[in-house]
Design a protein around this ligand. Structure first.
Ligand SMILES: *Cc1c(COP(=O)(O)O)cnc(C)c1O
Length: 353
């Protein structure tokens, strides 16, 4: 730390991203897609577009917001885009809860929520999950605080039903409810249609997981025009050109290519189910994940030991050294081939202990 850092930020505990590596490994630690992006993405990144990079990107993001609006059957003034959905979450938590506002979230959830709460001066309540890691919807009904929930939740993979989400949104009309649907494409029940019915709902999504574009950094939020206007007010006060021209073009091409992504997402879901069965046969306990990762633990070997041994074999998975989940592993669903290698490696490791 330098002598110059503001006292306000001395105690920040930053978010820890999963490791990125250059050597050849099987990388199942950051919930990326094993598939390349749609070929249509490559097609729009033409020399002509590159030659125009001397110009600023469109701060209104018209092309991308229109493409997203069309996909979800809303108007483009209900769409806000960010540099990753982290950017959208940051603007929302700053704008609706910052400088002394109140927010609650599940105790075990996306690690960025407490970090944003801290940096923006938000009073955060972290609500414990049930013993089976599910969210007790009653904890959020009539809560009278702003709410952020990842649905499906991370790292548990468990999803709330549409009815439960509607109960939460409708019973907190004077607060913002942010439903972080980063993993929704992998078969949960989206609450997206509720944005037309409730003015207090913001649904966030990302291109990073389902659309094989983690490196592009694009995410978006859909909500009432009033909520989106507020987010734009913050954006124009902080970073008006928050997306670059290449990202705008590439993401607009990706979101329209349902045919390509439906197929890839179906493959990931199929592999998830198959690998879950194999892990259960090996004695693992796995949650009923509706995401592109598996959350698993075994009585035969501590999670930290298994993670370390897999690493020696060139397979990276995510281990959280945190209370209540420190015997669990979060395993991204990779290609069918890589998942078979994972299962075979786990068999070998278990046989040795
Ligand atoms: C990955 C993730 C995000 C952020 O994704 P971006 O890459 O910033 O779009 C947000 N929420 C959850 C729950 C995630 O797992």
């Amino acid at each position: 730390m330098s002598r110059f850092l503001s006292k306000n930020y001395e105690s920040l505990v930053p978010y820890t991203p999963g490791e990125q590596v250059n050597v050849k490994v099987i990388k199942l630690n950051t919930n990326e897609s094993p598939f390349p992006p749609s070929p249509k993405v490559k097609a729009v990144l033409s020399e002509e577009v590159i030659d125009k990079l001397n110009l600023y990107s469109d701060p209104e993001l018209k092309e991308l917001r229109n493409a997203i609006a069309e996909q979800f059957g809303v108007t483009s003034d209900m769409v806000f885009c960010g540099n990753g959905s982290d950017d959208v979450l940051a603007f929302a938590i700053m704008g609706f809860c910052g400088r002394g506002g109140k927010l609650c979230c599940p105790e075990i959830s996306y690690g960025f929520y407490p970090v944003y709460a801290d940096i923006f001066g938000v009073e955060l309540e972290q609500i414990p999950l049930k013993d089976d890691f599910s969210i007790d919807v009653n904890d959020y009904i009539g809560k009278n605080k702003n709410i952020v929930i990842a649905n499906p939740n991370a790292p548990t993979g468990l999803a709330l039903s549409f009815e439960d989400v509607e109960k939460i949104v409708s019973s907190n009309p004077d607060n913002i409810v942010i439903m972080d649907e980063a993993y929704m494409a992998f078969c949960g029940e989206s609450c997206m249609e509720l944005v037309k019915k409730y003015g207090n709902l913001l649904v966030t999504r990302t291109f990073s997981k389902s659309h094989s574009l983690a490196g592009l950094r694009v995410g978006f939020g859909i909500g009432s025009k009033e909520i989106i206007d507020d987010l734009n007010k913050l954006k124009y006060s902080f970073n008006p050109y928050n997306l670059n021209t290449l990202s705008i073009k590439a993401a607009a091409a990706a979101i329209a290519d349902n045919e390509y992504y439906d197929d890839k997402i179906a493959k990931i879901v199929e592999t998830r189910e198959k690998t879950t069965v194999q892990l259960k046969e090996l004695g693992f306990n796995c949650t009923d994940s509706k995401s592109n990762f598996i959350f698993a633990s075994s009585d035969k070997i501590p999670a930290s030991v298994l993670a370390a041994k897999l690493r020696e074999k060139g397979i990276l998975i995510r281990y959280f050294n945190e209370p209540k989940i420190d015997n669990y592993l979060r395993i991204t669903v990779g290609s069918a081939e890589d998942m078979q290698t994972l299962v075979d490696s786990i068999k070998e490791i278990i046989a040795e202990v």
